[in-house]
Ligand binder design. Structure first.
Ligand SMILES: [Zn+2]
Length: 105
């Protein structure tokens, strides 16, 4: 077994940050059930779809309870959990569409 997924899941929200030209993210709604996390992600996406500010992405990520509790809001780290492991992909930048835009010219 190569799978070493943590003991829980969270809904990850990626937010655009115009003045930094980057992306910030936060983790919400920790649960130990993948199915529940996926359901919540759908509900979360639906919730924000009607708002003036929308997340760039709403995804489900595997994350341990301790990591979830220690994680702050407005995080810009590229090493934080992504949904890549759930898709059987290598984490951190290996997923198309998650690359950060280049610096403004
Ligand atoms: Zn983070």
């Amino acid at each position: 077994m190569t799978s070493i997924l943590p003991d829980g899941y969270a809904v990850r929200l990626d937010w655009p940050v115009a003045r930094h030209g980057g992306v910030r993210h936060e983790f919400t709604q920790f649960t130990t059930s993948l199915r529940r996390a996926l359901r919540r992600a759908v509900g979360t996406q639906r919730y924000w779809a009607t708002g003036p500010v929308r997340p760039l992405a709403v995804t489900v990520v595997p994350i341990g309870r301790a990591d979830y509790d220690a994680h702050g809001r407005d995080c810009a780290s590229l090493t934080c959990p992504t949904m890549a492991p759930l898709l059987g992909l290598a984490p951190a930048g290996a997923v198309e569409g998650t690359a950060l835009p280049g610096p403004p010219s």
